[in-house]
Design a protein around this ligand. Structure first.
Ligand SMILES: Nc1ncnc2c1ncn2[C@@H]1O[C@H](COP(=O)(O)OP(=O)(O)OP(=O)(O)O)[C@@H](O)[C@H]1O
Length: 467
């Protein structure tokens, strides 16, 4: 579809001249002679770009006034100002308000066309980047890792060191564990934070499209379609995240090695080299050693990407983070739904910690979204363990489903006490990811006494590690 350009000038012959030049290049144009007509035209349909004179005779608002209104309602629409010799200062003022650029009268056709093309391209890139961020479910910049487990503390320290450098980083870990979050934090804390953060999901991409997505095309996919900008070019000045890099075709992996080497590449179907300044971060949930052994991941790519390795463990290996993550996601879910967050009872948090989370942090986030909307009971009451989704509730330790536990009432006191102690301690050991010292401190026992007790109750090492 042709880009729609609005031309605002009080002189009819200048409007006609600009419209002619732009239409010859395939743009479609509309014209407005004063501020009322300009604002009405923008309201009728958001243009792709506005070319606008600074001085407008017989108009309520001058060029700067229209610019301010347009930028207030449509900050993403690029505006190119036309200035006369005497008003360069005003043109500079316009740039401060948000104009993309200005051209001086009398203008050269080539300059007008170059500026228009660049302004539209820049606006497209900004929009695509915004969409990519939204698709990743994270429009707001992530700056902190939620949690306080030894893992999170270690990663925090490593992030402080690595983020400001330009090092490439390879992040491994199971699906949904937070690899992309780590990548975003690295970007947000780097000197590139103001630049784009672009994600290319290699697993979701058809292998045939991979190179077009990465490098773009010089001529467009059909003779009259515009050229496409690839993710490497979009990420110029910022960070490119190659998500699930081991799923990339081998041939493309080879091309990436070359880009990493000299930071230039050719667009598909193009002969010219495009220079870029991009920090590359890659993630994978596969075992990189076996991927290399099977010939699915090139060793030279692996060594170039793995300058700084990060491993994000499964959630079941760091259960201490669950309460903080659960509260964080409850807060986010409530904010998104425009409601009050529900409080999570201690028993519910313990039940969440007893569960294995095969889908990791992403599954926990989904579960909390469910709890906010679906959990029974009054919204002002804390959520209890038995109100959690079925798959979690089903494995909740007996001790957390007290009123459901008819079994305990059928037992003599000594056996009931043993059952309670066993379930209670098992649940606590689970909450602390099998760490006996931290469990002992929490339940108020000596470490050695807890060990003895667990042995006596038949809680074996496997169960402790059941996580
Ligand atoms: N420590 C954390 N703090 C806050 N949110 C987190 C954290 N870890 C993960 N999340 C959230 O969990 C979800 C999954 O995280 P993310 O997409 O980073 O995982 P991933 O390992 O990249 O997954 P995949 O391998 O499937 O692409 C996201 O919604 C993310 O915001």
């Amino acid at each position: 579809m042709a880009h729609d350009i609005l031309i605002v000038d009080d002189e009819a012959d200048i409007r006609a001249l600009i419209a002619g030049i732009l239409e010859d290049e395939g743009y479609s144009t509309r014209e407005a002679a004063n501020s009322d007509a300009a604002i009405e035209a923008v309201r009728a349909r958001r243009p792709s770009l506005i070319v606008q004179d600074i001085w407008l005779q017989g108009s309520k608002l001058d060029g700067l006034g229209i610019l301010s209104e347009v930028k207030r309602d449509h900050p993403d629409v690029p505006v190119v100002m036309i200035s006369g010799h005497g008003n360069i200062e005003t043109a500079v003022e316009a740039i401060k308000i948000g104009a993309y650029d200005f051209i001086e009268k009398p203008f050269q056709t080539d300059r007008l066309l170059i500026i228009v093309e660049r302004a539209i391209e820049a606006a497209n890139l900004r929009r695509e980047n915004k969409e990519l961020r939204l698709r990743a479910g994270s429009a707001a910049p992530v700056t902190e890792l939620v949690g306080n487990s030894p893992f999170v503390q270690q990663v925090r320290q490593a992030l402080d060191k690595v983020a400001p450098t330009n090092s490439r980083v390879l992040i491994t870990g199971p699906a949904g564990s937070g690899k992309e979050v780590v990548a975003r934090i690295i970007h947000n804390r780097s000197r590139r934070a103001e630049g784009p953060f672009v994600v290319l999901n290699c697993a979701a991409m058809h292998p045939d499209r991979m190179e077009i997505e990465l490098f773009g095309t010089e001529h467009g996919e059909t003779p009259d379609s515009p050229r496409k900008i690839g993710t490497f070019e979009m990420a110029h000045g910022g960070t490119l995240l190659l998500d699930e890099v081991a799923d990339m075709p081998l041939e493309t992996q080879g091309k990436i090695v070359r880009v990493l080497q000299d930071q230039t590449f050719e667009r598909v179907g193009g002969g010219q080299r495009v220079e870029v300044d991009v920090r590359v971060i890659a993630t994978t949930n596969r075992d990189v050693q076996s991927e290399m052994a099977a010939g699915r991941l090139r060793e030279d790519l692996y060594y170039r990407l793995n300058v700084v390795p990060f491993r994000v463990p499964a959630l079941r290996e760091r259960k201490e983070d669950i309460p903080a993550l659960a509260r964080h996601f409850m807060h986010l879910a409530a904010q998104a739904a425009g409601t009050q967050p529900r409080q999570l009872g201690e028993d519910a948090l313990a039940a969440l910690q007893a569960y294995d989370w095969p889908g990791n942090v992403r599954q926990l986030r989904n579960a909390i979204d469910w709890v906010l909307i679906m959990a029974p009971g009054d919204a002002s009451e804390p959520v209890r363990a038995d109100m959690l989704p079925n798959e979690i509730n089903a494995i909740t330790p007996v001790v957390l489903r007290w009123e459901k536990s008819s079994e305990i009432m059928t037992l003599p006191l000594r056996e009931a006490r043993e059952l309670f102690e066993r379930e209670y301690l098992l649940a606590q050991v689970n909450r602390f990811s099998g760490n006996i010292s931290r469990t002992a401190a929490f339940v108020g026992m000596e470490r050695s006494a807890l060990h003895r007790k667990l042995k006596l109750l038949g809680v074996n090492t496997d169960e402790k590690a059941r996580s």
